[in-house]
Design a binder for this molecule. Structure first.
Ligand SMILES: Nc1ncnc2c1ncn2[C@@H]1O[C@H](COP(=O)(O)OP(=O)(O)OP(=O)(O)O)[C@@H](O)[C@H]1O
Ligand SMILES: [Mg+2]
Length: 368
């Protein structure tokens, strides 16, 4: 049975924006990310689930109970926001157990739960500090500890990492994942960062303009994006789109290809000739940006370093089995890539299975 159900949930503003007709069913213990560009309605949807907004249509059911008309306080959930929302005059410990005091949980139990969550969130030893004496990452951990100590089965998070620098984002992201798993929480997590959504969740809801664009596992969204919008929102660099006729398809076809599946070849030796527009050495990989009239910015990811110059003409091969075919008019996916186990392995690069093997006569520049 689903733990959280949204059925046709709609909340629109007079001008524009909001969400329209959102239906979802989430099993208990799932980690769901709501992903999408700024203004697509992610926070509105989360606030509707929380009870901070009222829907104009639709139903929200949590754990078998219709909560549509209930206030936030009666929905048995916890929340973590981008702004940590801590009381500045209270210590870490007091901030964490504030809600338990309000709920008149006894002192002994409070102390025990506090000790547990402080350890779980790596805040041991900081319990007497004030929020102003903490780093951003520590403050967000206090907010997480406060949500965890409440022991509510549903936790809603709205961009909890966006105020943190890249390194902290990574470590707090891991804390969130561990905490959710340890406590068996069902989490709805809002983010505009596709990497965050992909690495944290079991299920991703991709939104655009107040509607659901696609729902699926991270790997579904990556390998079978339902639309060109999804194809270009997921992945870094995103999927490259090539006009069909350049590869021998009719006008209304757009070909999608993931950057790690594009092969380099000698000029004239691949499917298309391109010019190297930009090279970025990323350490383990090199990212090439290629100019080609049928595809503005064709991206290529190569393992290792690339000995190639900007302005050089190279051929590219777009392997048949990795091509996704989209309808150019509707943007919808019409043909998935073939289920090629080798192509899938490339998402998790293994040292012995890079683009270097097997050698093929066509791809002379393979190990550039
Ligand atoms: N209270 C409100 N009154 C009027 N319009 C609103 C209100 N809240 C949100 N909107 C509009 O609804 C749309 C969606 O807003 P929402 O905050 O849900 O977007 P978001 O996906 O969370 O964006 P971001 O990534 O920037 O946080 C926006 O166009 C916004 O201006
Ligand atoms: Mg938002």
């Amino acid at each position: 049975m689903s733990f959280l159900t949204l059925d046709g949930v709609t909340r629109q503003w007079k001008g524009q924006g909001g969400v329209q007709g959102i239906s979802l069913a989430l099993p208990r213990g799932e980690f769901l990310s709501i992903l999408g560009p700024s203004g697509c309605g992610k926070s509105t949807l989360l606030r509707l689930i929380a009870g901070l907004e009222q829907p104009q249509a639709g139903r929200i059911v949590i754990d078998g109970r219709d909560v549509t008309a209930l206030p936030a306080s009666a929905r048995n959930l916890s929340m973590v926001f981008q702004s940590y929302a801590l009381f500045p005059h209270l210590s870490v410990a007091e901030n964490v157990i504030f809600g338990l005091k309000v709920r008149r949980v006894g002192r002994a139990e409070r102390e025990q739960r506090l000790a547990e969550v402080l350890t779980m969130t790596g805040l041991d030893g900081l319990e007497r500090r004030k929020p102003s004496e903490l780093s951003g990452g520590q403050r967000q951990r206090v907010a997480l500890a406060r949500a965890a100590v409440a022991e509510r089965p549903l936790c809603l998070m709205d961009e909890p990492l966006s105020n943190l620098d890249a390194r902290l984002r990574h470590s707090v992201r891991r804390d969130i994942r561990d905490l959710a798993r340890k406590l068996g929480l069902t989490v709805v997590y809002v983010t505009h960062d596709q990497g965050e959504a992909m690495s944290l969740s079991n299920t991703v809801v991709l939104m655009q303009d107040g509607r659901v664009e696609q729902v699926g596992t991270p790997s579904d969204l990556y390998s079978r994006p339902a639309t060109t919008f999804a194809a270009q929102f997921i992945g870094e660099p995103p999927m490259s789109l090539i006009e069909g006729p350049a590869l021998g398809y009719p006008d209304e076809v757009t070909v999608g290809i993931r950057p790690e599946n594009v092969r380099l070849a000698a000029a004239g030796g691949g499917d298309l000739d391109t010019v190297v527009a930009d090279i970025e050495f990323l350490g383990g990989d090199t990212r090439l940006e290629l100019d080609q009239s049928a595809a503005r910015g064709l991206a290529v990811m190569l393992p290792g370093a690339a000995h190639i110059g900007i302005g050089e003409t190279v051929g590219v091969t777009i392997p048949e089995e990795n091509r996704l075919l989209f309808n150019s008019v509707t943007g919808k996916l019409e043909k998935e890539p073939q289920q090629n186990p080798k192509a899938r392995n490339r998402q998790i690069p293994a040292p012995e299975d890079g683009q270097k093997a097997p050698p093929s006569p066509k791809t002379v520049k393979e190990d550039l």
